[in-house]
Design a protein around this ligand. Structure first.
Ligand SMILES: [Zn+2]
Length: 310
């Protein structure tokens, strides 16, 4: 009896603590140097050297209650109710004139849609994610075939499965970059996704974390100048996940903000409403969403590309 009690206490503790997103090993820190909002904002108006193409890899749909906090005052006032919302899964192709081709997030591999079990997605996740609703527009393999040259690295906004769903097509020798503590922080949700994330990353290089330092102006939680030339800034925005990152890209056509899932939807951006059930920490997610909106309000030439809707 005592053993049963101890076992149930142990299980409760495990459930409450959750677990890390993946046990995939972490390697040396990602390249790039710590920057600041002053440095980034000084350069935002100046056209940059990056060619950026956002590709819709797959049409999909998800519950609005996951994509938006329907308990927020703005959502209540608009009378929003849970329903299936059409979304897309993007891969952003970023070409640096000196350092080559990078992806921001991975799109979707045809292998994952054709045979999710074989690609490493367990049955529970297949059901919860509704992979059967994913319709490939351009698979990750097709995106890579279209590159002028090889892929030099992948910048992951976070490790949710719809952002690493192109991994089966990413060559094993391509460096993978993530936010600090993204793979190691504990979350209850990870208990269900961890084995699938591990499978998707199996055989890949160690994950490399950005080295964020506090922003002296305290506008953001940390900013890294990725190529050390001011062309791409990784910005730390924990909340949706522990290590969520967004990217400010100085393209040849002007500045573009890739928000990742700090904001999934156009409605969420326009009404400053953070994601709902899909987010770990709503308050911190909302705080960082507001910081991004302030940045765009101060620099209206920034084009905003959201996590799952343009
Ligand atoms: Zn997502």
């Amino acid at each position: 009896m005592k053993n049963q009690y101890l076992l149930s206490v142990f299980c409760c503790v495990l459930l409450l603590q959750g677990c890390s997103a993946t046990s995939h090993i972490i390697g040396k820190p990602a390249p790039g140097k710590a920057s600041s909002s002053v440095e980034m904002e000084r350069l935002i108006e100046v056209p940059g050297p990056i060619q950026l193409e956002t590709i819709n890899s797959a049409d999909w749909s998800a519950s609005l209650a996951g994509l938006l906090n329907l308990d927020s005052p703005a959502a209540k006032q608009a009378g929003l109710k849970d329903r299936d919302e059409p979304i897309q899964v993007y891969a952003h192709v970023l070409k640096h004139p000196k350092f080559g081709n990078f992806l921001v997030d991975t799109g979707v591999s045809q292998k994952l849609v054709d045979d999710p079990g074989k690609a490493g997605v367990n049955w529970l996740i297949q059901k919860v994610m509704h992979i059967e609703k994913m319709h490939i527009e351009k698979s990750t393999a097709q995106i890579l075939q279209g590159l002028d040259g090889k892929l030099s690295g992948v910048f992951l906004t976070h490790l949710h499965l719809d952002h690493i769903s192109g991994m089966p097509d990413i060559p094993d020798d391509v460096p993978l970059y993530i936010g600090a503590t993204e793979s190691s922080a504990s979350s209850f949700k990870n208990m269900f996704t961890r084995s699938t994330s591990n499978q998707m990353l199996e055989g890949k290089l160690p994950l490399q974390e950005w080295n964020f330092q506090p922003d002296q102006q305290n506008k953001f939680e940390g900013i890294v100048d990725v190529f050390e030339d001011g062309s791409v800034f990784a910005i730390s925005v924990p909340g949706h996940t522990a290590g969520s990152v967004v990217f400010l890209v100085r393209t040849t056509h002007g500045p573009v903000l890739l928000t990742g899932d700090t904001c999934h939807t156009r409605w969420g951006w326009e009404h400053t409403v953070e994601p709902g059930d899909f987010t770990d920490d709503n308050a911190r997610n909302l705080l960082n969403l507001k910081r991004l909106k302030n940045l765009v309000a101060e620099h209206p030439q920034i084009e905003v590309r959201l996590g799952h809707q343009l």
